[in-house]
Design a protein around this ligand. Structure first.
Ligand code: GLO
Ligand code: NI
Ligand code: NI
Ligand code: NI
Length: 404
C-alpha cells in the first residue's frame, strides 16, 4: 500500500511497564526487583535504567520509545529538583538517541502516582494541585520537544470521581477544559509540532474517568473548541473496558478526524480491569489494522507496547519474547489487513450496500434540498415500501478467515 512494513509498524517500547513495573498486584508485592528498585544513588539508577532501555530497543530493533517524566528520573524532594533530574536524564537519553538513531514517539507527565494527586490532577478541587500540574506538564513538554518527540500524550490518570456526593462534575470538566487550552497554547508558543493526544479510558483508577471513550473525548474537545488541535491515543484494553472493540474506537476517531496513535495491548474480555497483556491475537489485530489502513495509516502516531509481562514471568527472556510475539502478530495482521484492502472484495460489498444513495433523488434527501415533509410526501406519492435487504454479515465474517 505504498509504504514498507516498517513504515506501518512504528513500534515503541514503553518505559513504565518494561523497566519500572516490579510485578506487584493488589494482593502481593514485587516479584522481579530490578537494580534500580533497590537502595542506592537514584540518579545512577536512572542512568542504568536508560541504558537498559536502549539495550532492549537494540535487541528488539524497535525504532521508538515512550516515557513518563517520573519513569526516567527520581522525584527528589521538590519540583525544582525533579525538573533538574528529568533534564539531566533527558540529556543522557538524547546522547543515546544520537548514537543509536532511536526516536521518541511521545513523552507524558505522571500526574497520578504521587499522593498529591489522590483527588485528581487538573480537575482537583485544590488550585495548588492545578498549578503544580501546569508546572509538571510545561517541563515535560519542553523535554519532549528537546528530544524531538513526535507526539505528546495526556492520559487522564485520576481525572474522574468515586462519588458525586463530594464532586462538582461541571466545575471539574471546566477545569479540565481550561487546562487543555493552556497546554495547547503553550505547545504553539514553543513550536512543538507534533499532536497532543488524549488517551481515553472509562474506569480505573477512578470509578468514573472523565475521558471515558473516543465519543466522550470528542464532545469534550468540541465543547472547548479543541477538536482541530487534539487527537486521541487509543488503547485496546481501554476500548474493551468501555464496552467497545478496539476497531470501533479507531474507526470512530478516524470518522471524527481525531485519530492519532495506539497503545497496543490486550485485555481479556472477562477481567474488568486493565491487564495490559501483550497483543497476540492475529484476527483481532487484523480488524484494528484494517481500520488503521483505511484511516491512512499511522503518520505521526505509532504502536506503543503499553503492555507488561505477567508477574509470574520472572525470567527476563519473557520480556523479549513478549515483544517479539506481539510484533510478529502485528506483522501477520498487517499482511492480512493489506490483503483485505487490496483485493477489494470487502469494499465492493460495502459499496453495494450503500449504492442506492448514489441516485440523485436520494442525494437530495442528504444535501438539504428536501425537507422532512418533502421526503414524507415522496414516500406516499412514490409508494416507497422498504423490504429487508441482505447485510451479508456471516458471509463477510467467514471471508475474514480467508485473510488471516
Ligand atoms: C493506563 C494508561 C497509561 C497510559 C500512560 C501514558 O491505563 O494506559 O499507561 O498509557 O500514562 O499516557
Ligand atoms: Ni495506555
Ligand atoms: Ni491502560
Ligand atoms: Ni492498559
Amino acid at each position: 500500500l505504498g509504504k514498507s512494513m516498517a513504515e506501518h509498524l512504528r513500534f515503541a517500547v514503553c518505559y513504565w511497564h518494561t523497566l519500572c513495573w516490579p510485578g506487584l498486584d493488589p494482593f502481593g508485592g514485587e516479584t522481579f526487583l530490578r537494580p534500580w528498585h533497590q537502595a542506592g544513588d537514584q540518579m545512577d539508577h536512572a542512568r542504568r535504567k536508560a541504558d537498559m532501555m536502549f539495550e532492549t530497543l537494540r535487541l528488539l530493533n524497535v525504532p521508538f520509545f515512550t516515557f513518563h517524566d517520573l519513569d526516567i528520573a527520581p522525584e527528589g524532594s521538590s519540583l525544582k529538583e525533579f525538573n533538574r533530574n528529568v533534564s539531566t536524564i533527558a540529556s543522557h537519553l538524547l546522547k543515546k538517541m544520537d548514537e543509536t538513531g532511536v526516536k521518541l514517539l511521545w513523552g507524558t507527565a505522571n500526574m497520578f502516582s504521587n499522593r498529591r494527586f489522590m483527588a485528581g490532577a487538573a480537575t482537583n478541587p485544590d488550585p495548588d494541585v492545578f498549578a503544580y500540574c501546569a508546572a509538571q506538564v510545561k517541563h515535560c513538554l519542553d523535554v519532549t520537544k528537546e528530544l524531538g518527540g513526535e507526539n505528546y500524550v495526556m492520559w487522564g490518570g485520576r481525572e474522574g470521581y468515586e462519588t458525586l456526593l463530594n464532586t462538582d462534575l461541571k466545575r471539574e470538566l471546566a477545569q479540565a477544559g481550561r487546562f487543555l487550552n493552556l497546554v495547547v497554547d503553550y505547545k504553539h508558543k514553543i513550536g512543538f509540532k507534533g499532536p497532543i493526544l488524549i488517551e481515553p479510558k472509562p474506569q480505573e483508577p477512578t470509578k468514573h474517568q472523565y475521558d471515558y471513550d473516543v465519543a466522550t473525548v470528542y464532545s469534550f474537545l468540541k465543547a472547548n473548541g479543541l477538536e482541530k488541535e487534539v487527537k486521541v491515543n487509543i488503547e485496546q484494553n481501554h476500548a474493551i473496558l468501555a464496552g467497545h472493540t478496539f476497531e470501533h474506537e479507531i474507526a470512530l476517531a478516524s470518522a471524527l478526524g481525531i485519530f492519532g496513535s495506539i497503545d497496543l495491548n490486550r485485555g481479556d474480555y472477562q477481567s474488568g480491569w486493565d491487564t495490559d497483556q501483550f497483543a497476540m491475537n492475529v484476527p483481532e489485530l487484523a480488524l484494528a489494522l484494517y481500520e488503521i489502513l483505511k484511516a491512512g495509516g499511522l503518520t505521526t502516531g505509532g504502536m506503543n507496547f503499553d503492555a507488561k509481562i505477567r508477574r509470574q514471568s520472572i525470567d527476563p527472556d519473557d520480556l523479549l519474547h513478549a515483544h517479539v510475539g506481539s510484533m510478529d502478530a502485528c506483522a501477520r495482521a498487517l499482511i492480512a489487513a493489506a490483503k483485505m484492502i487490496e483485493d477489494g472484495r470487502l469494499k465492493a460489498e460495502v459499496d453495494k450496500r450503500y449504492a442506492k444513495w448514489d441516485e440523485p433523488k436520494n442525494q437530495a434527501m442528504l444535501h438539504g434540498k428536501e425537507s422532512l415533509a418533502d421526503i414524507a410526501g415522496r414516500v406516499l406519492s412514490e409508494n416507497i415500501d422498504p423490504k429487508p435487504r441482505s447485510g451479508r454479515q456471516e458471509y463477510l465474517e467467514n471471508l475474514l478467515n480467508t485473510y488471516v
